[in-house]
Design a protein around this ligand. Structure first.
Ligand SMILES: NC(=O)c1ccc[n+]([C@@H]2O[C@H](COP(=O)([O-])OP(=O)(O)OC[C@H]3O[C@@H](n4cnc5c(N)ncnc54)[C@H](O)[C@@H]3O)[C@@H](O)[C@H]2O)c1
Length: 346
């Protein structure tokens, strides 16, 4: 079955998904695209072969599955429109501008019974899949400590060229929700369930409601602790970068430079240091039988086969719970906040 895919929003991430669909080699037909920005709509249509539509309804009427790739505040309304038509939906992260919106969206897709996937794409990263596997190995012992740093130039400039990320009514808030929701998701996916946290935040750019520096200490249910730093600076020379170190009782592992292709370096007791990057990393992850690769190929296969996609809105809801806990702690000058264990599928 050819899956007809529609796009709402024709910006940076819609273009990414369109390219990933092409690279997946799956049987996909580019149906309609709608973006109120006529230039973007036309450019996307020309590059992908999609039909430039004159309304969101025209896109929804002509597809089996729809990508919601608009700025964040538009996600709930468009997800609702997809659910009302029984369409499979891929919604970008964050689901909505806050936790209560994300909860309502999750309940809506589940009630509608549509296939749902969220853009927490790092779950498909070869580098983080290897970290997850190394940490889960009983020979590694328990997780003791994590150091997670995520930095990016504030994306109201440079290659992102977005203004909406500086507008709280469209973005919800700043670096934590817009960017580091990925980090909290990956921390739980690779390291363990968060039990409590304490956070401080700052706002250097003076954009109302758009925090640009957040520091969080975390306790995990397994007894380990960690620190997470999320910062939006003005150093356009630096691409978006993550550096993640995990210390277990008998394993040290670090991801540097590229959160997809590594390098991933690790040290085990009594063994030589190891490092893998690029194709070698991909080969190792494949050899270990891990679930990595192309999130868009996985989505259209799920639609074709009528099977659940992954990660789902409910997985993102857990990340929204953690984001909400960080904001509550920061608003209370770092008061510790307990997080209920992941009842939501983390
Ligand atoms: N998963 C990831 O790693 C990742 C990366 C970047 C962005 N995102 C998320 O994707 C979403 C879009 O980000 P982006 O970088 O592509 O932004 P962007 O500014 O490049 O594109 C957003 C587009 O949405 C359009 N739009 C607004 N309202 C619309 C509507 N009702 N219907 C159709 N189009 C509409 C805008 O005109 C704009 O062209 C955001 O929620 C963002 O957080 C996720």
């Amino acid at each position: 079955m050819t899956v007809r895919v529609g796009f709402l929003g024709a910006g940076l991430i819609a273009t990414f998904h369109s390219k990933m669909l092409r690279a997946s080699g799956e049987d996909v037909a580019w149906a309609g695209v709608w973006d109120p920005d006529a230039d973007r709509r036309a450019r996307f249509a020309a590059a992908s072969g999609a039909t430039a539509c004159d309304s969101e309804e025209a896109v929804l009427d002509g597809c089996d599955a729809v990508y919601v790739c608009t700025w964040t505040s538009e996600h709930p309304r468009l997800v609702e429109a997809a659910c009302a038509r029984g369409l499979a939906v891929f919604c970008e992260k964050p689901l909505g501008v806050d936790h209560s919106t994300a909860l309502a969206m999750t309940e809506r897709v589940e009630a509608a019974g549509v296939i749902d996937q969220v853009g927490l794409v790092l779950r498909y990263s070869p580098a983080f899949n290897l970290v997850r596997d190394l940490v889960a190995d009983p020979a590694s012992g328990r997780v003791m400590s994590v150091v997670f740093r995520d930095d990016q130039f504030i994306p109201v400039q440079g290659s992102y060229a977005s203004t909406w990320r500086g507008d709280r009514t469209k973005a919800g808030s700043g670096t934590l929700l817009e960017h580091s929701i990925h980090d909290l998701d990956i921390l739980e996916h690779c390291v363990g369930t968060v039990a409590s946290l304490s956070s401080r935040s700052a706002n250097f750019h003076g954009l109302d409601g758009i925090e640009d520096s957040v520091a969080t200490t975390l306790s995990f249910t397994g007894g380990g602790v960690g620190v997470m730093t999320s910062v939006w600076h003005d150093i356009l020379e630096r691409p978006s970068l993550r550096r993640v170190e995990v210390f277990c009782e008998r394993l040290y592992v670090v991801v540097e430079e590229d959160d997809w292709f590594g390098p991933v370096s690790w040290t085990r007791v009594g063994r030589p240091d190891q490092q893998l990057a690029g194709e070698e990393l991909v080969d190792e992850v494949r050899h270990r039988g891990l679930d990595f690769g192309n999130p868009d190929g996985a989505f259209v296969r799920a639609v074709r086969d009528g099977q659940p996609a992954w990660p789902r809105f409910r997985d993102a809801l857990r990340a929204h719970e953690l984001v909400d806990a960080v904001y509550r702690s920061a608003a209370a000058e770092g008061r510790p906040v307990t997080v209920e264990p992941g009842a939501t599928g983390a």
